[in-house]
Design a protein around this ligand. Sequence first.
Ligand SMILES: Nc1ncnc2c1ncn2[C@@H]1O[C@H](COP(=O)(O)OP(=O)(O)OP(=O)(O)O)[C@@H](O)[C@H]1O
Length: 803
Amino acid sequence: EDAGPVDTLKVKHNYQSDVSRLRKIVINSLYSHQEIFLRELISNANDALEKLRLTALTDKSVWDGSDPLNITIKSMKNEDGKGGCLVVADTGIGMTPEELATNLGTLAKSGTSDFLARAEGSTDATATGNLIGAFGLGFYSSFLVADRVEVASLPPATAKNPNPQQHVFTSSADDSTFEVYPDPRGNTLGRGTEITLHLKPDASEYLEDATLSALVHKHSAFSSSFPIYLFERWTEEVPEEIEEVTPSETEATSSETAEVAETPKADADEDEAIVEDVTIEEEAKEPPPPKMVNVTKEQWSHLNKQPPLWARDPKNVTKEEYDLFYTTFFKDFQRPLAWHHFSGDAGSGSAFKALLFFPSKLPEEYWQKPLEYKSKDVKLMVKRVFITSDLGDQALPQWASWVKVVVDAEDLPLNVSRETLQSNRFMRQLRQLIIKRMIQLFTKISEGDDKAQFDKMHETYGSILKLGAVEDEKNREKLAGLARFTSNQRNETSFDQYVENKKKGQKQIFYLAEIGKKPEDLAQSVFIEKLHARGYEVLLLTEPLDEILVGHLRQWKGMPFQDAAKAGLKFGDEDIDPEEEKEQQKTLEENFKPLIEYLKKEAGDAVRDVVLSNRLVKSPCAIVAETGGYTANVAKMMAASNAKGNRGGILHDYAMKAKLLEINPRSPLIEGLLRRVKDLPTDENERDLESEEELQEVTSILIDGALVRSGFEVPDNNKFFTRVDRVLRRSLGVSEAATTDETVKPAPPAVKDLSEDERDETPKPEEPTGPGIILPDHMKDKIELTMEEIDEEGNPVVQHDEL
Ligand SMILES: Nc1ncnc2c1ncn2[C@@H]1O[C@H](COP(=O)(O)OP(=O)(O)OP(=O)(O)O)[C@@H](O)[C@H]1O
């Protein structure tokens, strides 16, 4: 075959493998999401127009503002009525042939492999659909509806590329290759990109104007601030009188307006050009009623005529419109949790309108590294023109960096460069302004009646509020006030609610912290036994940031925070009955003095002191950290993070040891121990060493038990269990000297020592040759094995014959 002049210029490329994989997913598993292709193409067209406009800010030769920036959609049915093409075009930045090949032939997006793996692993089409909603398939979604796609593109002339040439990228749905070649039609576009989709037979609905118009309204009404035009044709029946023209004159009329029909002007909606193509259906018959004729009318109709949502009066915007705006503008497939639509002057006279959204879910990448996440969704517009989403030095603090905002300023000069923007007063105020509005929105949800929304807010943003309170000193009080905690009395309480609930005389906010523990388990802790029994509220802090936050706040409304696992706990009513209480305490201390002295000696280094407890009800004892000492929770964090800080230093050692053993004078166990200690003979000659050792052992188990009960680890697990074993034996009356039969069945011989045949043979069940030991045949006459069974006391029971 003779290669035509164009064919010789065609360059064939292979798709990068990721692209092939992606196209496969598109073609095979996304049938039910066909319609998203239009949204994706419009979004790309919008980006290309935005890019052109931004480039033109600094380089007027690219676009001097004279020709319109717009997106057009036109369908063309085949003559035979079967199938046809859909053409989506823009007058944006366009692509060079190299860009056509790289942009459309490779996947440069981060996270693509992850997306592919997830989409390929999923059998659930809806899940894949959601993934795509989140990820955006972009250009490749064309193959959902098209067998073949042609992309003609022409970039603007620049100093570097003074004579750009229009090129075509073409590929079929089932090809693993694509071609790029000069457009045989020449530079027809003027500038921009034109995508022609040769629709699959099952996608012919996208040739219908009504379907296309509905789709644009559904998915793309808010996705572009550039006009989107649809080429519409329809037939009207009109009285014959207007058609007092000959067919040739009609053609002339139509060609006069053809230009308008072909390329919509920027103001096409005011100047709607209608092309009338007339067919005379019937021969003129006499007389009236007037003859009716069918007239085909055509028009570029402006689909997104409404001003952008943020510029409208909030009173006239419906919830559906906010939802739709959010999902299309910020490309999220889930509806937002809440929004705030406001305007103002940023204190500097710069009038602006803004829309702020809380997503209902935060991106995975935010949770993975919240401290490195950079906001990309504060979109700054000037007079409806997108300028930047890079706030540079004025970026939001980490806790707020996920928020999605569009701000449209009226008074900023349109050609502000990004650099001058950074130092602009409005920009400096923008950050505080957004944060203020975010806190207002959180407060509104907190105080509102929508319980479902409130719950969702705490599920999604609970930790964010705490992060904010820790990170953002200026807004600490406000954010901490919004945070909710579980307590021993209710599932959610704020610091304010806690303070309202305080008991008479109570001067401390009680809390107990252990990361990762369930609040209901924490509620069982020894440390809050008495607080709980007496009806005091204790905050149960189980999230990583909780304790840090409490540490930063130190107090709330004048009430200091008190760790229930630490010394210093005061109910606040200790002074109500001072004389009687003090007397009682004195007697108790006097009474328990011998036990306290004994325990101090026995506890050795494990604790710094032993005291009578005022926080225990049922438990015999607990280990309490002193002020400056590590609680079990902190000790665990230190171990987990392998914190080097003071480790090995004097402070660290002090903090590790700064613990008190608190004993409960009303516990029968402690009373029992006291009796035994009191009974110890004081005379050297009367000492009973065995019972002294027993008492030491019991005491040691009690202390270790207190450590465990209080969340610490025992210093030596082996010693602990050896002691427990001994005490168990004693209580069961088993001899302490009795040893355990430690005979075990040895592993069979190594496979490499067996002959070939034996290796393949499946082992036959053998007659037992001894206490459960099976020898392979070839070893039976080589090995002599004697075994003896012993009883508990270690005495032989039966003597087995030799094997
Ligand atoms: N109409 C267009 N005009 C100019 N360039 C385009 C056009 N459509 C696509 N491109 C280029 O091709 C690239 C790939 O497009 P694709 O739709 O696959 O991904 P994307 O637009 O980068 O991502 P996403 O669709 O998720 O926003 C774009 O980044 C852009 O550079």
